[in-house]
Design a binder for this molecule. Structure first.
Ligand code: ZN
Length: 158
């Protein structure tokens, strides 16, 4: 696996959450400006199970999940679909792509985790922010097992 720079925000435009109405798997999507799709205007909660939905506009609230948000979505009355206790901490992922990133990263040989010298890692990158407990050799098998369990809980069409 090549070492690049990945940011939590790369995964934050489509977050799997638990629907507060039906407890099913729902999504929190980034709402973009139709004229300038690179600009995020807010977030939309949608549940396909019970048709519940809600919008958060950036004008009303600036609290959108950002790097370091952790398993809590600050500013939303929503919890992630995928948190799971592991090694006395909490394993979590925003969505299937995020989970794939974590599985590949934790499974990679240690030497592949070091960034190339000529490509300095930003300290905001996900690689440099993964917690130590998740990367420690003694927790590796438990963490990989926990990540696999998270994947088993993904709904098939995600
Ligand atoms: Zn629902």
């Amino acid at each position: 696996m090549s070492v690049g720079q990945t940011f939590l925000s790369d995964f934050a435009d489509d977050i799997l959450v638990r629907c507060p109405d039906c407890s099913g798997c729902a999504r929190l999507l980034g709402l973009a400006n139709p004229d300038r799709p690179s600009i995020r205007e807010g977030s939309r909660f949608v549940c396909l199970g019970c048709a519940s939905f809600r919008d958060w506009s950036l004008r009303r609230s600036r609290s959108i999940p950002g790097p370091g948000a952790g398993p809590t979505l600050h500013g939303f009355e929503l919890s992630l679909w995928l948190p799971r206790p592991c090694c006395g901490e909490v394993l979590w992922a925003y969505n299937a792509r995020h989970l794939t990133f974590l599985q590949n990263y934790v499974a990679a040989p240690l030497r592949n985790r070091r960034p190339l010298k000529q490509v300095p890692l930003s300290n905001k990158s996900l690689e440099s922010r993964l917690p130590r407990w998740m990367l420690s050799a003694k927790n590796r098998r438990t963490v990989l097992h926990g990540l696999k369990t998270l994947r088993d809980h993904l709904v098939a069409d995600h």
